[in-house]
Design a binder for this molecule. Structure first.
Ligand code: CO
Length: 247
């Protein structure tokens, strides 16, 4: 029995479980009715177009693509590229980052590469990204400042060319592109991806930017499809010397 049905029978469960701080007279079940109605209508549309749609989806998930994009509500991954449920594996976070220490992103990446065996990974940024802007506008916001730290590093790396762009929003758009390129490098140099290429797996990592203004995706043409980064991952004698010196 679903939690919602159990709550209808015995609303005290909600209060004793500590699941919510506040409760409505309907104990949550009658809230967001418009969304539930939308859901029913969507199911009807899908089933009338293809009666076996959900039965087929339930049976298997074989997407060829992993989308790593921004959480921004204006960038709905499936719609933008016209893909149905089951066709796109999606990971989204603030400012479409692929940080090598983030267990959430790494779990998605490993599952996509090793289990689903996706053929393409798209890192998709978008112009006008609030996350990218927040990274460099000098204001303090709390935890998110730490999350956005890699973007400040990208700005620092490219500050000569970025500072030469007089228009602030154009400068941020350029930073959005540079951020995507950096995240493509992160994905392509990840051990899961490197090992997939070493096994001969067919896999490409792409960098795209989406325009909120016109809905179009631009391919930044930075696709990586081979073990190009392995050399850089191999032990570097100079680095070793530095490490030894530290010892
Ligand atoms: Co964004």
């Amino acid at each position: 029995m679903s939690l919602c049905c159990r709550l209808r029978r015995d609303p005290k469960i909600l209060l004793s479980s500590g699941l919510v701080a506040h409760h409505s007279s309907h104990y949550g079940c009658a809230m967001l009715d418009h969304l539930k109605a939308n859901n029913r209508a969507w199911v009807e549309r899908m089933v009338s177009a293809d009666p076996d749609f959900f039965r087929r989806l339930e049976g298997q998930q074989t997407p060829e693509y992993l989308w790593i994009g921004c959480s921004d509500s204006r960038v709905p991954a499936n719609e933008i590229v016209g893909l149905d449920p089951g066709e796109l594996f999606v990971h989204r976070n603030v400012a479409n980052l692929a940080p090598p220490q983030d267990a959430n992103y790494l779990s998605v990446l490993q599952f996509a590469v090793e289990v689903l065996k996706v053929k393409h990974i798209m890192v998709v940024g978008h112009y006008g990204c609030s996350g990218v802007s927040a990274a460099v506008d000098g204001k303090r916001r709390g935890l998110v400042d730490h999350w956005l730290h890699p973007i400040r590093e990208v700005y620092h790396e490219h500050h000569d060319s970025l500072d030469a762009i007089p228009d602030w929003s154009a400068r941020l758009d350029s930073l959005c592109e540079l951020n995507v390129i950096r995240q493509v490098r992160n994905v392509a140099s990840d051990v899961f991806v490197q090992e997939a290429w070493a096994r001969g797996q067919d896999l490409r990592v792409h960098g795209w930017v989406y325009s909120l203004a016109n809905g179009l995706v631009t391919d930044l043409d930075v696709t990586i499809e081979r073990l190009g980064y392995q050399r850089k991952l191999a032990p570097d004698p100079q680095v070793k010397t530095e490490v030894n010196r530290l010892d």
